[in-house]
Design a protein around this ligand. Sequence first.
Ligand code: A2P
Length: 341
Amino acid sequence: MNKNLVVAICGATGAVGQEMLQVLEQRNFPYSKVIPLASSRSVGKKVTCKGEELSVVELTENSFEGVDLALFSAGGETSKKYAPIAAKSGCVVVDNSAAWRMDDECPLVVPEVNPEDLDWHKGIIANPNCSTIQLMVALKPIHDEARIKRVVVSTYQAVSGSGQKAIEELENQVRRLLSGQPVVADVYPHQIAFNCLPHIDVFMDNGYTKEEMKMVHETVKIMGDPTIKVTATCVRVPVFYGHSEAVNIETEEKLSADDVRSLLAKSPGIIIEDYPEKNAYPMPVNAAGDDATYVGRIREDETIENGINMWVVSDNIRKGAALNTVQIAETLIERDLVRVP
Ligand code: A2P
């Protein structure tokens, strides 16, 4: 492994950026230097990685000189502007925003699912949407075994997916409500504490939200199969960390619940937690801070011939964002692809 990589973290003060620094440390990522970048508001703030205190530097057009790899999580507009500048200066970008996901020139990668797509990168690699990543980890083995025809997914998504401000908004609203004070909603259009909002990202002309359509389009791109049909309902729930998904899958070939359990148990990145007799099933409070995608409540859909229902939970900030981004970077190193063609 190349230990001399210079790595920039764009958005190092944000919820995902902070987690990226932790993941680099925990996985002992091989770098010689980490440069934390954020807006001018954060210049001089301190972040730490591998025990070293680092000063945040302002992201500018010159930030990427001498940088080999940049991990971006500073919003779509920042990525649109700076990722091409970084790639042009020879720095490989792994971008956590939605800016490049559906671009034909950019691979969209979950390392357990389609690492080979990294081989055709041209400088910018996209990290999928958080709710798509955990779904892909759980669906790929089933698709390989029995060919998935259709997926109906309902998500229960944590506020950390909307960034640090949303985490603080939920905290503040809970405090205020419990002390009898009126709440202030700023990040979300409505109160999120003790509530559920069937609204993530903006509404589209077809009545779906952008988040729901991301799951539809990203699934097809990652699986490389335009025949898989996905329909989604995405809901924001008052959970801090960890997205949950109720997933209904229709397959071409028959799989029993036991088949799915043993198939997923030996698949990368998955832990089966499916012991109803012990009230044991995946939950966001247990998945938070963890790397795995947890699958439970596996049962046959008795209303169709070849159907499975299951419940999939993962930490949206880790596997759904920071961890998947760092795993992409590790896979680039393994495949000797940390260079802009
Ligand atoms: P800053 O803290 O200086 O605003 P989150 O998703 O948790 O809200 O974090 C967003 C991250 O993206 C933060 O690190 C934020 O930096 C950074 N960011 C947002 N806008 C810009 C920008 N225009 N230039 C550089 N960094 C940005």
